[in-house]
Design a protein around this ligand. Structure first.
Ligand SMILES: Cc1cc2nc3c(=O)[nH]c(=O)nc-3n(C[C@H](O)[C@H](O)[C@H](O)COP(=O)(O)OP(=O)(O)OC[C@H]3O[C@@H](n4cnc5c(N)ncnc54)[C@H](O)[C@@H]3O)c2cc1C
Length: 378
């Protein structure tokens, strides 16, 4: 398959489209060409992205709803989180895909190829990319890959799995300006388990039941937990389920290499899913922004965050505690939000704090188990 091009992006989900849209918007593709490869064009709301953000982001006009206030609940503890200037935002994937295609289709130097991508070792030891079994010409192209073919193995790995319902009630039941970030009052038998509630109007909300555990549940268990929560904690008995979302996000301490097999790895495949929280959206934005800046300035592409960053170490410590259940997520997140202002926690979880700020947060946690876990992962 000979489609000679300057850049190739394999996988056009969140990372592939974010990178491509940023390339076009930056002017990088005025005289260079980009080929985007995926199984099929992306469309529809196959996922909902939520994240906190300070100010406006690249995808601001895709934001479906945002909350200036958040609440946190745990056993015997509840708190209105001090958001400072952060807002909690929701983007539905359909809007982001549409927005990106509108940018890409306006650029004559972007083309698309649809088919199943597979990776092979050539007899000379190079990685070959095939699309529907036909060899893709990579010659001279800078290749970015967001297709995760195999989850990296590591003893410190969990799955973040969740099922959510968008429910509609007949009478006003929610405050659309206030969301629940985490509610840990639910049963913790399986492992760290919480619910979040994101009201969209006074009568509709996304209610999502989330676990950080090694194994998935049966579908009827998520449904039963959602039903219980809506009745017991939201006090709602009459409602209709309008939409359903199910997802699994890998949480792992495994190291992801940015440059490997002749290509740069982006998105989840490039280690942009935070090992200890599963949050990915904002890390993908930082990574793709950094790539485009480097390309524009003809600089070497940098891994974000750098390999061996202290934030990877913090993620490993937290995973060590969660995997072994030395401390439960409920205990850790409760202490985190009890002892610290939420905007500081957000900055820390975004890998943006300085060492002094880290020490402030770390010293507010359960020192002995954290210190022991730190020794084990060093
Ligand atoms: C349901 C769900 C909800 C999530 N919610 C949040 C959230 O609220 N906040 C947050 O920060 N993160 C969230 N995440 C995690 C993360 O943001 C998403 O998984 C995000 O889509 C990752 O982006 P990506 O580009 O790495 O992967 P994807 O968006 O999955 O893109 C990978 C692309 O590769 C293509 N592809 C895969 N295999 C092949 C193949 N063999 N051949 C051709 N194409 C292929 C796929 O079609 C896809 O388009 C969520 C994940 C899921 C699954």
């Amino acid at each position: 398959m000979s489609q000679r091009t300057d850049y190739i992006i394999l996988g056009s989900g969140l990372a592939g489209l974010s990178l491509a849209a940023r390339m076009v918007k930056s002017g990088l593709l005025e005289h260079q060409t980009l080929l985007i490869v995926d199984k099929a064009p992306k469309q529809g709301n196959d996922r909902t992205w939520c994240f906190w953000e300070y100010g406006k982001g690249f995808f601001e006009n895709c934001v479906y709803h945002q909350w200036p206030s958040l609440q946190f609940y745990s056993e015997g503890f509840e708190k209105d989180l001090d958001m400072y200037d952060y807002s909690y935002k929701m983007i539905r994937s359909g809007a982001l895909y549409e927005y990106c295609y509108s940018i890409l289709q306006g650029c004559k130097n972007v083309s698309f190829l649809y088919g199943e991508v597979s990776f092979h070792q050539s007899s000379r030891g190079n990685t070959e990319v095939r699309v529907n079994d036909e060899l893709l010409d990579l010659d001279g192209a800078l290749v970015f890959n967001s297709i995760l073919t195999k989850e990296p193995e590591h003893r410190l790995s969990l799955k973040q799995h969740f099922k959510g319902w968008i429910i509609e009630t007949t009478s006003p039941s929610f405050n659309p300006n206030k969301a629940t970030l985490m509610d840990f009052r639910v049963d913790q038998t399986e492992g760290s388990t919480f619910v979040y509630v994101l009201p969209l109007t006074e009568t509709t909300a996304l209610v999502e039941y989330t676990l950080f555990t090694a194994n998935l549940l049966h579908d009827h268990q998520y449904d039963a937990a959602l039903r219980n929560y809506i009745q017991q904690y939201l006090g709602i008995t009459l409602y209709e389920v309008k939409e359903t979302e199910f997802g699994v996000i890998p949480m792992t301490a495994a190291e992801f290499e940015f440059y490997k097999n002749g290509m740069y790895h982006i998105g989840t495949a490039g280690g942009q899913t935070k090992g200890s929280s599963g949050y990915t959206f904002q890390f993908v934005q930082k990574q793709t922004k950094s790539i485009v800046n480097s390309l524009l300035h003809r600089q070497k592409l940098q891994q974000v965050p750098a390999a061996g960053s202290r934030f990877h170490f913090y993620d490993r410590v937290l995973l060590e505690l969660l995997v072994n259940r030395t401390l439960e997520g409920r205990e850790i997140f409760t202490r985190l939000f009890q002892q610290n202002k939420a905007h500081r926690v957000f900055k820390f979880l975004d890998n943006e704090t300085d060492l002094l700020e880290d020490l402030g947060i770390i010293s507010s946690l359960q020192i002995v188990p954290f210190a022991k876990a730190a020794m084990r992962v060093m």
